[in-house]
Ligand binder design. Sequence first.
Ligand code: GRF
Length: 204
Amino acid sequence: MTQNKANIAVFVSGGGSNLQALIDAVKTDKLSASISLVVSNQQDAYGLKRAEVEGIPTFVFKSNDYPDIKKASDDLLDRLKEKKINYIALAGYLKLLPKIVVKHFKNRIVNIHPALLPRYGGKGMYGHFVHEAVIANKDTESGVTVHLVDEIYDNGRILEQIKVPVFADDTPDTLAARVLKEEHIIYAKVLDKLIKGKYDLNYE
Ligand code: GRF
């Protein structure tokens, strides 16, 4: 029996190594889905190149290019509907999603964050800023969080976390590399579980 696979849209602003990990997980059947669209707010994001190489449709979404936020939000939602998107995975996407998109995809949008939320989250806490803060605080552990997305940065319900050690001689780069390695493993696993209904989403 053939079963329809879930369609995922991945949103990126930069390099897209997590996007690549998701693409690879689909190819190796670790993620039971199709990546049907890659969206970026940055025309030159390397993540868009990765998508093109794989033959995945892309969409550059810049809300400032529209006369108002409603038209921008409606257009994005229409594109997602057109591609029959069931789930959204934010993978280094540095913008908030429009409210109507968050509402439409309630409990079907995930984000990956390179720290143990609720610490080191919120607006401006991304990339090297996160790892610099962890090191400055002399924390002995950091990690990865995958969480559901709501209308506030890094705020939705946490689905999974993985811890990694922080060593005394770590730089933001060495710590980022250790965390990123785990990101590439956990994200596909969490998405696959979410798609297969393995999280109880019936409570707030
Ligand atoms: C990752 O560290 C992710 O946790 C954060 O942004 C970074 C994106 O990296 N949200 P990449 O573009 O997937 O390489």
